[in-house]
Write a protein that binds this ligand. Structure first.
Ligand code: HEM
Length: 62
């Protein structure tokens, strides 16, 4: 988001996003990033609980 804001600030007036458009982009980032990451972490932990042998192999990794 900070990259987007910095890039937008240094863009030409014709290319620059309005505040409402910036807010929309931030909404997408938060929405797309939150549920996917939660589901991925939750599913990974669930599978590791179901397969303690795999946990052991992961712990043994250097
Ligand atoms: C484990 C975590 C994540 C998974 C499994 C995941 C999965 C996906 C998938 C399958 C797509 C669609 C790709 C396509 O078909 O074009 C996608 C798109 C997208 N993801 Fe994620 N994502 C994850 C994390 C994140 C995070 C942390 C962010 C933002 C901080 C994010 C932002 C986006 C955005 C903005 C798109 C749309 C990209 C575009 O088409 O321009 N995602 N993600």
């Amino acid at each position: 988001m900070s990259i987007m804001l910095k890039s937008n600030a240094s863009s030409s007036e014709a290319d620059r996003l309005s505040d409402a458009e910036l807010l929309g982009q931030m909404n997408v980032m938060v929405f797309a990033g939150l549920e996917t990451t939660t589901a991925a972490v939750g599913r990974t932990l669930y599978m590791l609980v179901k397969h303690p042998d795999i946990q052991e192999r992961l712990r043994a990794l250097p």
